[in-house]
Design a protein around this ligand. Structure first.
Ligand SMILES: C[S@@+](CC[C@H](N)C(=O)[O-])C[C@H]1O[C@@H](n2cnc3c(N)ncnc32)[C@H](O)[C@@H]1O
Length: 152
């Protein structure tokens, strides 16, 4: 993902539906290999209990380089992010499609949306459907194991 935009030096990365950040932690560890790039991590999570627990017990493992928002995914604006990651926070197709559409609408050019579930397709193939619904403004690529949406 990082190599898709080689000239970019700073990446703002957000997990929409952060939980305790389990999967995005892998990304955080990988990011250390890119010594010439700067990464800032963010997360949006509606349950304050998760956020409080994370800030108290886990944030140190991220070198404190992460800011969490206690908020609903659908209230957050994704315009400042270079990469938005999620792991299917909604189990309902309409809600999922609404969330992906909002993220795609707000992402800046070259911004990336990556879903973890179902090799990146998301439940109901909702990532692919989001691309089909936005053929002029998104590009769908396969990155090794996952589908990735890029904002054009
Ligand atoms: C399947 S977990 C994924 C957790 C984490 N992203 C990961 O990959 O390990 C989905 C998370 O989304 C959160 N979530 C669900 N609906 C949400 C909403 N409307 N706004 C904010 N967070 C939400 C849940 O509380 C849960 O922590």
């Amino acid at each position: 993902m990082i190599n898709l935009t080689p000239s970019k030096t700073t990446f703002n990365v957000c997990d929409a539906g952060f939980g305790l950040g389990t999967m995005m932690y892998n990304f955080y560890i990988e990011s250390k290999k890119f010594e010439d790039k700067t990464f800032n991590f963010f997360g949006v999570e509606k349950y304050k209990e998760y956020v409080d627990f994370f800030n108290k017990n886990l944030k140190g493992y991220w070198d404190n380089n992460i800011d969490l928002y206690v908020d609903d995914i659908m209230n957050h604006n994704y315009g400042k992010y270079d990469i938005v990651y999620c792991y299917t926070p909604f189990k309902n197709e309409n809600e999922l499609m609404g969330m992906y559409q909002k993220i795609v609408d707000e992402l800046k050019p070259n911004g990336i949306l990556i879903e973890y579930a179902w090799s990146g397709m998301g439940f109901y193939s909702s990532i692919r459907k989001t691309h089909k619904n936005n053929p002029e403004t998104t590009k769908l690529i396969r990155l090794i194991t996952h589908d990735v949406l890029i904002k054009l």
